[in-house]
Design a protein around this ligand. Structure first.
Ligand SMILES: *Cc1c(COP(=O)(O)O)cnc(C)c1O
Length: 374
């Protein structure tokens, strides 16, 4: 292990908030304050009684509003986060086989979960190199098309579209995109996520905007004799969700914080407000990297560059991990690249809770550290 150089970043240069992690991501202080203020009548009360059910209902309605949900779409939810949802979808949404766009760690994990399922056919996997995105190809043998809206491990954002000429449900992993990137819900059937990223909440919950076709599929598979562990049963999750409940006990703080973010977004103009903040941060950060002599955006195609998670390659003369460690010592956290990507890179969250002015300050801090190291 090399020593971390002792480099002090002047206080005046530092961002106001030092959280730049891509998951869990910055939780707005206002949300924690609101939780503390309402905790006594809420935390530690029954999730089967009206007090909590009203909060769940407000969250589900607020999400529908934020996502501009078409008629009939519903918010479903359950415990276990996005990773559990992959297994739940393997049991309850895919009938015989699925197609997967794989372009990083997260999209790969869903494809792997499907591959090992004994009740499904081999998935049709279309893969591309990290930093790029594959495209769907219509396949009459699949009944679900699966891809991430934002591949968090590489900073690539894919368009939410349906496959040209293909039929089947479109299942979009929106874990790091939901609440930060624009999309048209008409173009997908399940837009699922966990709220510890853009939603400024905590992990452990999965949420999914589901189309009528997706809910029909859930009903259809539930009526077959496919054995399904109850915790992964989407029919059970759906029946509970429509009553503003979960099958087993949820984290009440997570639900409350998700509602508060949703309210903040909706009260200020909805998706254009939150996505606009990410756009502003992306303009600052990619603009800085483009102009920098040692930093370059990893994603070559500008149209694929995520506005919520930036991956910035660093010139070989500077060790990116050391830069991140120096930043960490100065209270600026989680700028390390995704560990399995293995590049000399920094990964920075530009999710809407992060102030664009703090992204600006971060670029100055990185310049300061690199200057002092060379
Ligand atoms: C973080 C993330 C996940 C995993 O979420 P968990 O809640 O930890 O299961 C899945 N997919 C994407 C795209 C992610 O960013």
């Amino acid at each position: 292990m090399t020593e971390i150089p002792d480099i002090q970043i002047p206080d005046t240069m530092r961002p106001v908030d030092g959280r730049f992690g891509s998951g869990p991501s910055k939780v707005r202080s206002e949300i924690v304050t609101a939780l503390a203020a309402e905790a006594d009548g809420y935390l530690g009360t029954s999730h089967r009684q009206d007090g909590v059910k009203y909060v769940v209902a407000a969250m589900r309605n607020g999400l529908n509003e934020l996502f501009n949900a078409p008629d009939g779409y519903q918010i479903l939810m359950g415990n276990g986060g996005a990773t559990l949802f992959w297994d739940a979808a393997t049991f309850g949404l895919i009938e015989t086989a699925s197609q997967h766009l794989v372009c990083g760690e997260f999209s790969n994990k869903f494809a792997k979960a499907v591959k090992t399922a004994p009740h499904l056919g081999d998935p049709d996997v279309i893969e591309s190199d990290p930093g790029t995105a594959p495209s769907m190809v219509a396949n009459p043998n699949v009944d679900a098309y699966c891809y991430p809206h934002n591949e968090t491990s590489t900073g690539v954002a894919l368009p939410v579209v349906r496959p040209e000429g293909g039929e089947g449900l479109v299942l979009v992993d929106a874990t790091s995109a939901a609440g930060g990137l624009r999309f048209d819900a008409n173009n997908c059937d399940v837009y699922y996520f966990a709220p510890q990223k853009c939603f400024s909440s905590d992990g452990g919950l999965w949420l999914a905007l589901a189309s009528p076709a997706a809910m029909e599929r859930i009903d259809k598979i539930a009526a077959t004799d496919r054995w399904t562990p109850e915790i992964l049963n989407l029919k059970t999750a759906m029946d509970n969700s429509l009553k503003d409940q979960t099958y087993n006990t949820p984290a009440l703080a997570t639900i409350f914080m998700t509602l508060k973010y949703t309210e903040w977004a909706n009260e200020n103009g909805g998706m254009d407000f939150v996505a606009g903040r990410a756009d502003k941060s992306a303009e600052i950060l990619y603009g800085w990297a483009d102009a920098s002599e040692y930093a370059t955006p990893f994603v070559q195609d500008e149209a694929l560059r995520s506005h919520v998670v930036a991956t910035i390659d660093i010139d070989d003369r500077v060790d990116a991990l050391t830069v991140s460690k120096v930043l960490r010592k100065n209270g600026i956290l989680d700028t390390e690249s995704y560990r399995k990507l293995g590049r000399n890179q920094m990964r920075i969250s530009m999710m809407p809770s992060v102030e664009p002015s703090d992204i600006e300050a971060l670029t100055k801090c990185i310049d300061h550290v690199v200057d002092a190291m060379s």
